[in-house]
Design a protein around this ligand. Structure first.
Ligand code: GLV
Ligand code: MN
Ligand code: MN
Length: 419
């Protein structure tokens, strides 16, 4: 019965949150510092208040609810995920993990246990990096890795900086440093997330215990040529930015295929200026996202891209920029915490397995410093970052039960080493 109630509450909240999209009927588009993000945050705030959490929005736009323990000075247990989405994405990526954390808080409250330390439920702002090309904005801020200069530097494709977008959203980017949590104040971090890949669903496994997350580098590349008449400019007298960029882009996937360790590389955005059928391209801009469990592979591909750009733009007679948007190392998650959750899966009769994550998560940013663990639940047919993304609420409920066991243990266990 308990698990049915949990399933029902998760379903109700996620069904409600589905409406906060800029693209109704075409998946979830909830970009950071937009009306849809604000609506989701206000809904989460209300849910957190209903559970009796002490709620505030921090200077980075994260929404945080605290359930106080007897000694708030002890390092807290933090659980959460992100409320933003990609463009035309799904209704579960990120947001389902916040709702699971809320459910853990609700179950804890219902049990009325004595808690030694604080439990923090967090909805992170801008994990995806969809709008500004970066990633982990909110979780980076709580770790003290974001400042006003960072906010000025990154701009969306309309030229709006994070700095300006934050101001329009009612936040003061000059104060972003205040979002940092003091060193030692977070004892451990836990994130529940949909798998976004096919492994659990194809095997029929109920819970994934994530043992590592890939490192990621992201770049915005701009190749500069010269705009000219497409009919009158001979092939050997043009500076064609698309021709040079395409020669480099065409090699990137092959370089990733040569590598092991789950290495992938993606060009997900291309923009050509001025963008006319009869104009030689003046510039060609594209993004690159490179991931691997082995950071050497990422560095090697990034270097090859840089060298190829040097070569192709030299031949063309143009130039290029390769701006780093994100660089984060792979991370191993906490074996002790995972072991506790594996035991809990066994106790409840849920099938589980260890697996790595090829997707990035707030856990990647936080896990660089703080003991961190993740639970995955199956994604139907492995689909994600698309409107077809689907996970059963009953499966999320099982993850909430396992996470709840862990959080309860960490909050009540005197001898826990994370104190
Ligand atoms: C986020 O979902 C990412 O892996 O890019
Ligand atoms: Mn996510
Ligand atoms: Mn995502």
């Amino acid at each position: 019965m308990e698990i049915e109630e949990t399933t029902g509450r998760i379903a109700e909240q996620l069904e409600h949150l589905k409406r906060y999209t800029a693209t109704p009927g075409k998946g979830c588009t909830r970009l950071p510092f937009t009306k849809e993000a604000r609506q989701a945050v206000e809904f989460l705030r209300k849910q957190m208040e209903e559970v009796g959490l002490c709620v505030h929005e921090d200077e980075a736009g994260n929404i945080i609810g605290i359930m106080e323990g007897e000694d708030p000075g002890q390092p807290c247990v933090m659980m959460g995920s992100h409320f933003d989405s990609v463009i035309n994405g799904g209704d579960y990526d990120g947001i389902a993990g916040i709702i699971c954390a809320l459910e853990v808080a609700r179950r804890l409250r219902e049990k009325g246990l004595r808690r030694k330390r604080n439990f923090a439920v967090v909805g992170f702002c801008d994990e995806e990096g969809m709008r500004f090309g970066n990633g982990y904005f909110g979780s980076g801020a709580i770790m003290g890795n974001r400042d006003a200069e960072y906010c000025r530097k990154f701009k969306d494709t309309d030229g709006v900086s994070i700095y300006e977008a934050m101001q329009g959203y009612g936040l003061d980017p000059e104060k972003i440093g205040n979002a940092k949590w003091p060193d030692g104040s977070i004892g451990c971090f836990l994130e529940t997330h949909i798998e976004q890949g096919p492994v659990l669903d194809s095997e029929g496994t109920e819970i994934g215990l994530v043992d590592c997350i890939v490192g990621i580098q992201r770049y915005m590349v701009t190749v500069h040529g010269r705009s000219d008449h497409a009919g009158t400019t001979p092939m050997d007298m043009r500076l064609d930015a698309v021709d040079a960029a395409a020669k480099v882009i065409g090699k990137i996937a092959g370089w990733a295929r040569e590598k092991a360790d789950g290495t992938v590389a993606t060009v997900g955005y291309i923009n050509v200026l001025p963008g006319g059928v009869n104009i030689v391209a003046e510039s060609c801009q594209f993004t690159v996202d490179i991931r691997s469990r082995n950071n050497d592979n990422i560095n090697d591909i990034a270097n090859r891209i840089r060298k190829a750009l040097e070569w192709e733009t030299k031949i063309m007679g143009g130039s290029f920029e390769m701006e780093s948007k994100l660089s984060i190392l792979p991370v191993n998650l906490d074996q002790d915490i995972l072991g506790i959750m594996e035991e809990s899966c066994r106790k409840h009769g849920y099938s589980s397995r260890y697996l790595p994550s090829g997707a990035g998560h707030d856990s990647l940013e936080i896990g660089q410093v703080i003991p961190t663990a993740m639970l995955f639940v199956p994604s139907k047919d492995g689909r994600s970052h698309c409107p077809e993304e689907f996970t059963k609420y009953s499966q999320l409920a099982k993850a909430a039960v396992v996470a709840g066991d862990l959080v309860e243990k960490l909050l009540t266990d005197e001898a826990d080493r994370r104190g």
